[in-house]
Write a protein that binds this ligand. Structure first.
Ligand code: IMP
Length: 445
């Protein structure tokens, strides 16, 4: 059975958690293919609030195998804490599988990120400070430590000695910090490895077997296309590839298996951290969106930057991902606005263009050309069919589809799984297990 990729089309926080949770009941395997605990889903399961950063949302379904694939960077302490939280809430985590090839986030990654972000001063990226960038940098420099290294203590110690020697030189001599001792790390990580032993697997083999056995596989992206290391607003990006191509590399599956690439687009746009955001609203308007959409980080409460839907960016995301469909989330948040601006083009250095600019300088210079859409007064959170939507809300959905150039197959009208209007046969989870969770996704802070 062909695989489905679900990914964000903006700067993360599009509501992927809801979309993945919504689709997961008809999946056999749900896979995280990149990123780490910089992502976050808030899930209400069995009346308990759970914060997921690494475990795929499929874990809420007992029949689903949840895979953390090769392309993910794993902080094992965070992973184990999440698994404990899930187990305490009555969620069965025995279906979790962790790739032996996944790279580990180590204590010195957290320390290096702290000092380098501080060093950048006003040019800081505003990262999540979870060690993501330094862990991926070590992976690319071939000094990373992988899950499999933990199961050979001699090798682990050897690799750690080499890398720690270099990190400690940098920490002490460049940044004037204290050296990090090896001992605590070896004990802690060997301990984590023992606890993780039942979950480790050859995940590319597992996925290949699942696909050839006609099982449904969902590849779940974290962050979003505009935070992609290659295709996003570099350098204000994350250090991995959320785009559809990254799903193949990160999970280790061939392109022939991918049938659907579902982009998640929020009905407006948010961004956390630094970097260009052409359709950012002025503070008064942003405040309205932030309050209505509860656009705050799940852990620290850091307010997200808010703005209007940007179809220039959406078309670009459709292009670099080969989107086959869109899930438009949080449409209900726009209710009661009189007029809704949507960017249809940019004016860049005097020229109007409908295409995403070629250079970063042009992105910084881009001024959105807005079309104003009529708002609606009605509460749409109970709508279950497109026909239930007020005329103006429907026109908005139609415009997203037309301007984005991708069919909208699902529309979110509230945080609950059942608050989803589905088209083209994607009905609500009537045949799946009983609804037990609601999920929202967001930057893990
Ligand atoms: P990093 O991924 O922690 O290195 O952060 C790099 C940039 O990506 C920062 O601007 C973060 O705020 C942003 N970022 C990382 N993960 C997420 C996410 O899940 N949602 C939204 N922004 C994110």
């Amino acid at each position: 059975m062909p695989a489905t990729v679900v990914l964000g089309t903006q700067w993360g926080d599009e509501g992927k958690g809801k979309a993945v949770d919504y689709l997961a009941d008809r999946m056999d395997v749900v896979v995280r293919y990149q990123g780490g605990n910089n992502a976050g889903h808030t899930i209400i399961a069995e009346g308990r609030l759970l914060k997921l950063h690494l475990v795929p949302s499929g874990i809420l379904y007992p029949h689903v195998t949840s895979v953390i694939a090769d392309g993910v960077v794993v902080d094992p302490e965070v992973l184990l804490a999440e698994m404990d939280d899930l187990a305490a809430a009555g969620v069965d985590v025995s279906g979790l599988r962790l790739s032996l090839n996944a790279h580990l986030i180590m204590p010195y990654h957290l320390e290096m990120e702290k000092v380098t972000e501080r060093f950048l001063g006003k040019n800081a990226l505003g990262t999540t400070k979870r060690g993501i960038g330094p862990a991926y940098a070590d992976r690319a420099s071939r000094v990373g430590i992988r899950v499999q290294d933990l199961y050979d203590e001699k090798i682990f110690r050897e690799k750690l000695e080499v890398v720690l020697k270099e990190k400690n030189q940098i920490l002490t001599k460049v940044y004037g910090r204290l050296a990090i001792p090896i001992e605590g790390i070896v004990e802690d990580y060997v301990g984590y490895a023992e606890r993780l032993r039942p979950y480790i697997a050859d995940t590319t083999k597992l996925l290949h077997e699942a696909l050839t056995a006609d099982e449904h596989v969902l590849l779940e992206g974290a962050q979003g296309a505009m935070l992609d290391l290659d295709h996003g607003t570099y350098p204000f990006v994350t250090s991995s590839s959320p785009v559809a191509g990254g799903a193949l590399a990160g999970a280790g599956v061939g392109p022939g298996w991918i049938e659907r690439v579902m982009g998640i687009a929020k009905a407006y746009v948010t961004r956390v951290g630094a970097g260009p955001f052409p359709t950012e609203a002025d503070e008064a308007e942003a405040e309205v969106l932030r309050a209505a959409g509860d656009e705050f980080g799940t852990t620290t409460g850091r307010p997200r930057r808010c703005g209007w839907l940007d179809t220039v960016g959406l078309r670009y995301a459709a292009r670099v991902n080969g989107l086959t469909e869109l899930f438009l989330t949080k449409l209900d948040v726009l209710s009661r606005l009189e007029r809704i601006p949507v960017a249809v083009a940019y004016r860049v250095d005097g020229e109007v263009t409908e295409d995403w600019p070629m250079t970063q300088t042009q992105v910084h210079h881009a001024e959105p050309v807005y079309e104003l859409f009529e708002g609606w007064r009605e509460d749409i959170s109970g709508a279950t069919r497109l026909e239930d939507l007020p005329r103006a809300a429907r026109a908005y959905v139609d415009a997203v589809e037309k301007l984005g150039g991708v069919p909208v197959t699902a529309v979110g009208v509230g945080p609950g799984r059942e608050q989803t209007i589905a088209q083209q046969g994607w009905s609500t989870a009537a045949s799946g297990p009983p609804a037990r969770a609601t999920a929202t996704s967001g930057e893990g802070r």
